[in-house]
Design a protein around this ligand. Structure first.
Ligand code: UDP
Ligand code: MG
Length: 313
């Protein structure tokens, strides 16, 4: 009873979208003529989505609810979906219908050509603020530059992954997850499909600026040491500069001139270096905190009600 396709949708307060999501997915997936399952991961919703997910599960046996004990965040919700998925190909999709279910057929076509990861690239984005689009665009380009893994630009989590890839991902139990980076890191044959990202069907974004920042920090710290090296570079720069300046000051003193005047210069130099040092400490803290979280080894998520554990991969 292994379905061909598993579709994973993380849900955090998406009451209005859920019935429409299932309806459109049924329409699309039934045209494939193959078996499928929909894993709806309820990430601690408080708007009644949980009851709707349960009801949908009773209405259609292909729907498998996974209900979290509280809100664990989008990336963790998708991770739980991956853990419970059984399909030969696994599709991750947002529950707010910003990723049109119809695109799944294009992803499947590429998978059938032999690609193991088919990611959906956001060509145009409808109904999102100027601020969201600009910060997202900057984020993808920054990540691309500073990480060693080449993570495709303008690509979210909407993608299809072969069972082989999902099995590897499920072995990667890191806590601060950036799934699109992890699925690039795995390798295999990967290809992109461009699509038009729709506006939200209902409700508001569950990614306020603070969560976007957290995701960006997780992405950077998970895939790059560059911020840590930055302290070394700045240290060499400051030390180099002062070594060059010492003889200049000595010579100027000898010929009877003063190189620097007043306390303001000293004050500015001290404040600048103090600032740089504190920032470096903060960067170190970001990494250290993540190491601490890993060492604690707590479970990634807690399921209050889900498919039986035997179903879990
Ligand atoms: N989501 C989640 N947990 C969270 C935040 C979001 O499961 O803590 C889900 C949300 O319900 C949606 C998907 O993740 O299905 C993407 O979130 P959203 O649409 O709010 O992000 P945006 O598209 O605005 O970047
Ligand atoms: Mg969305």
């Amino acid at each position: 009873m292994q379905p061909t396709y598993s579709i994973i949708a993380p849900v955090y307060n998406e009451r209005e979208s859920l019935p429409v999501l299932l309806d459109r997915l049924q329409g699309v997936m039934d045209t494939t003529g193959e078996s499928w399952e929909l894993i709806l991961v309820d990430d601690g919703s408080t708007d009644g989505s949980t009851e709707i997910i349960r009801a949908l599960g009773e209405q259609d046996e292909r729907v498998r609810p996974v209900i979290f004990a509280r809100n664990f965040g989008h990336q963790i919700a998708v991770t739980a979906g991956l853990d419970y998925s059984r399909g030969q190909a696994v599709v991750i999709i947002d529950a707010d219908l910003q990723d049109p279910p119809e695109v799944i057929l294009e992803l499947i076509a590429k998978w059938k050509e032999g690609f193991e990861v088919v990611y959906a690239v956001r060509g145009e984005r409808e109904g999102e603020t100027w601020f969201k689009k600009t910060t997202a665009s900057l984020f993808y380009r920054l990540i691309y530059r500073i990480t060693d893994v080449k993570i495709p630009l303008d690509t979210g989590d909407f993608r299809l992954m072969d069972r082989k890839v999902v099995n590897v991902m499920n072995q990667m139990r890191e806590r601060h997850r950036f799934l699109r980076g992890m699925s690039s890191w795995v390798g295999f044959r990967q290809v992109g499909v461009t699509y038009r990202r729709a506006a939200r069907f209902a409700g508001v974004t569950k990614y306020p600026f603070s969560k976007m920042l957290r995701l960006a920090l997780n992405a950077i710290t998970s895939f790059s040491y560059f911020p840590l090296q930055l302290a070394t570079y700045m240290g060499f720069f400051a030390a180099g500069l002062s070594i060059l300046t010492i003889p200049v000051i000595v010579v100027m003193r000898l010929i009877g001139q003063q190189a620097f005047f007043g306390q303001a210069t000293t004050l500015v130099a001290v404040l600048l270096l103090g600032g740089v040092q504190l920032i470096s400490l903060g960067i170190l803290g970001e990494y250290l905190g993540r190491v601490y979280d890993e060492v604690k080894g707590r479970p990634l998520y807690i399921v209050s009600q889900g498919p039986s554990d035997e179903d879990k991969q």
